[in-house]
Design a binder for this molecule. Structure first.
Ligand SMILES: Nc1ncnc2c1ncn2[C@@H]1O[C@H](COP(=O)(O)OP(=O)(O)O)[C@@H](O)[C@H]1O
Ligand SMILES: [Mg+2]
Length: 229
């Protein structure tokens, strides 16, 4: 579903990604594990078209999107939950979700969304800024889902979130994949969360993928050693 081939991305003269290649299949969750500064956010921003690629290709469902603007990538099936969530603090929960529905035939938030995240139904009239970090994360995922993506990207969704809510988010991601059979790509530093959701895990270091494993074959000590400073 998502194919990334030999992706190079630079900030001015300074190259940050040095040839990233991987794929995410239909009905598969892939985790990109790595410490701070290793290139996770750069990778996600380039997949979404927020940063231009220097070379390499990104295809979604067989269509090359590498040179498309972000809004066209959304139309072609990529959705993005950025690091830090970036919800609209002064809009209500319902209005936040509706910002993802500009092209939908109706402005009514699908029941499926509130079924996945019951807390958002309870809070639907509250301002986004008044939600806890975990609730805002669920809101950001809901907003991404209403664009009906084939590929859902989540950049460090557990950052700054309490453990009980991390479990809820893992459960929701597994439920979403089961319902929609989409490809989910998640960047993470928390190995237990990645092990709860991912079929395959990659490690990114210095802008390169340096390790790949299936969940069943995971050498947790090895991945922990990549994640510790
Ligand atoms: N706006 C920027 N300008 C220049 N360098 C950047 C910028 N953002 C990130 N970098 C550099 O790119 C590398 C990868 O950063 P980033 O993708 O944010 O890592 P991560 O998300 O894994 O913490 C780091 O060396 C970082 O300093
Ligand atoms: Mg980051």
């Amino acid at each position: 579903m998502l194919q990334v081939k030999d992706l190079h991305v630079a900030y001015g003269q300074s190259e940050a990604l040095h040839g990233i290649s991987f794929e995410g299949r239909e009905n598969e969750t892939v985790a990109i594990m790595g410490r701070n500064g290793m290139g996770k956010t750069t990778l996600f921003k380039s997949l979404m078209g927020v940063l231009p690629v220097k070379s390499g290709t990104i295809t979604v469902g067989g269509q090359d999107v590498s040179k498309e603007e972000s809004f066209r990538r959304v139309a072609k099936g990529i959705a993005y939950v950025p690091q830090g969530r970036m919800i609209f603090p002064t809009l209500s929960v319902e209005e936040n979700i509706q910002t993802g529905m500009e092209h939908a035939p109706s402005r009514r938030v699908p029941d499926e969304i509130y079924a996945l995240f019951p807390v958002l139904w309870d809070m639907r009239r509250r301002k986004g800024g008044n939600l806890s970090g975990g609730q805002q994360q669920q809101l950001a995922i809901a907003r991404a889902l209403v664009t009906d993506p084939k590929v859902l990207l989540l950049d460090e969704p557990t950052e700054g979130i309490q453990p009980s809510i991390i479990k809820d988010i893992a459960k929701a991601l597994n439920e979403i994949r089961k319902l929609r059979r989409i490809t989910i790509v998640v960047s993470e530093q928390v190995l237990s969360f990645a092990m709860d959701v991912a079929d395959r895990l990659f490690v990114i270091e210095g802008g390169r993928l340096v390790h790949e494993t299936t969940r069943a074959g995971t050498d947790t000590q090895r991945i922990k050693s990549y994640l510790s400073v």
